[in-house]
Design a protein around this ligand. Structure first.
Ligand code: THU
Length: 151
């Protein structure tokens, strides 16, 4: 018999101003995308942005539907778009900005379980990690070196 221990490690930054310039820019793109979230049912608005190897940035937001499971999270919206439009470009990093409509949210919100599962498959496909940065509408940012790390 042997025990297997799995570790998950996050880095917490006091604010996005402590991050590299390109990640700050990617957060700006995610925040802008959050404004296009369609979330009349949950009122939980999420914007996400990813950067490809060729420098291209893909952004998106959650899109809900009265048939709730037919909606899609921001993270899957953009990863599927990137897969459809740029199948040969590695995804380097992703920023996620989440908030409840009209409210301040000052803690980082990680991707849901289904998104982690979907994203990790793209990591396997490209054989390289996707760096994840996530936050609320303000405050701390959490960083994970890969999706696998949080699955
Ligand atoms: N949502 C996301 O877009 N990303 C997440 O990581 C968590 C949840 C969306 C799905 C749904 O539209 C709303 O937030 C509430 O769950």
């Amino acid at each position: 018999m042997k025990n297997i221990k799995l570790n998950t490690e996050f880095t917490i930054y006091a604010s996005k101003e402590s991050l590299e310039k390109d990640v700050q820019e990617l957060f700006k793109a995610a925040e802008k995308a959050r404004k296009n979230a369609y979330a009349p049912y949950s009122k939980f608005l999420v914007g996400a942005a990813l950067k490809l190897e060729n420098g291209e940035v893909v952004t998106g937001s959650n899109q809900e539907n009265a048939a709730y499971p037919s909606g899609l999270c921001a993270e899957r919206t953009i990863i599927y778009y990137a897969g459809a439009q740029f199948p040969n470009q590695k995804i380097l990093k992703m920023t996620i900005s989440a908030g409840l409509q009209g409210k301040v949210l000052d803690r980082p919100i990680p991707p849901c379980g289904a998104c982690r599962q979907a994203l990790v498959e793209y990591e396997k496909r490209q054989n390289a990690p996707i760096k994840l940065y996530f936050m609320g509408t303000e405050g701390q940012v959490a960083y994970s070196k890969s999706v696998e790390n949080i699955l």
